[in-house]
Design a protein around this ligand. Structure first.
Ligand SMILES: C[S@@+](CC[C@H](N)C(=O)[O-])C[C@H]1O[C@@H](n2cnc3c(N)ncnc32)[C@H](O)[C@@H]1O
Length: 286
């Protein structure tokens, strides 16, 4: 079957704006994954950290708390609106700084950082090996990498369930190329290892981290399910798939996705399983 790249978000366009609209809920949903990656990074007081694809900056600020006033965290993101949101949310006197930049090519201070970190921000590079080789140069010799990324779509219920529900309603499209830039492009463990090795990194460890997270929340269970459906239609792969569909198809898809979410546990939430890799690696000492 032909393959396409249609899963690619436009971070300076609608994807960025919608991420901002749902930023608080998305941060609540993603916090547990970011915390696991921060534990793997083990930032110490006084260290310097580069947060790649920092978005609205939640992980950058959490890292800033860990490195303290004697350290520094630079959050870089290609999205102007998301960096504007990050700056607006940052408290005064934080050791976090934010910069609009394409991390795969922007000039970064050489040999400056103890840690290269990312919460779901490294799966969108056209040439991930070249991007990591470029970013690696910003690390000190012996510096470390820690990031969290999604495993495959088939393992992630937040996309598997709604995608399954709309089968037969939305006309089938070509299968996305699993290696094309997009949220699931790092799903294959062997591919991630090959990218990091080719970029010159060592001590690569790729560990599964699975957890159930509140996907939708509300004052009542019904409101939570509605919220989960709304977010699914506005952010992420399904929203891009449904964007150009006529209203009758979107309505039928919405009812089917609602029924799929209603099967999931949760009181004032819809609990959905997320499957990720926590990846660590090291810049060689010399
Ligand atoms: C899934 S979002 C995650 C945002 C944030 N890390 C979080 O967890 O909330 C992916 C982020 O990567 C950013 N991004 C994508 N390609 C990038 C690139 N080449 N350089 C810098 N940031 C990039 C996007 O703008 C977006 O903010």
């Amino acid at each position: 079957m032909a393959q396409h790249n249609g899963d690619r978000p436009d971070w300076n366009g609608q994807s960025g704006e919608r991420w901002i609209a749902h930023q608080a809920r998305l941060d609540a949903r993603l916090a547990v994954f970011g915390e696991a990656a921060i534990e793997a990074a083990a930032p110490a007081a006084g260290e310097r950290v580069l947060d790649v694809g920092c978005g609205a900056g939640a992980s950058t600020l959490a890292l800033a708390d860990r490195v303290g006033a004697g350290g520094q965290v630079l959050g870089v993101d290609i999205s102007e609106p998301l960096i504007a949101r990050a700056r607006a949310l940052a408290p005064q006197h934080t050791p976090a700084l934010f910069r609009v930049a394409d991390a795969s090519s922007a000039e970064l201070p050489e040999g400056a950082f103890d840690i290269l970190f990312s919460r779901f921000g490294v799966m969108f590079f056209d040439d991930p090996t070249a991007a990591f080789a470029h970013m690696r140069r910003a690390l000190k010799p012996g510096g470390r990498i820690a990031f969290v990324c999604w495993r495959g779509a088939a393992e992630n219920d937040w996309v598997r369930l709604p995608m399954g529900a709309i089968k037969g309603i939305v006309p089938p499209t070509a299968l996305p190329d699993p290696e094309a830039p997009g949220p699931f492009s790092f799903g294959d463990r062997g591919r991630v290892a090959r990218i990091l090795t080719a970029a010159g990194l060592t001590d690569i460890a790729i560990e599964p981290f699975d957890v159930s997270v509140p996907f939708g929340e509300g004052a009542t269970r019904d409101a939570a399910i509605d919220n989960a459906v709304k977010m699914t239609f506005e952010v992420g792969p399904l929203s891009r798939l449904l964007a150009d569909q006529p209203d009758d198809i979107r309505d039928r898809a919405s009812a089917a996705v609602r029924a799929a979410f209603a099967d999931r546990p949760g009181e004032r939430s819809v609990m959905i399983d997320g499957a990720t890799w926590i990846v660590t690696a090291r810049n060689p000492a010399s």
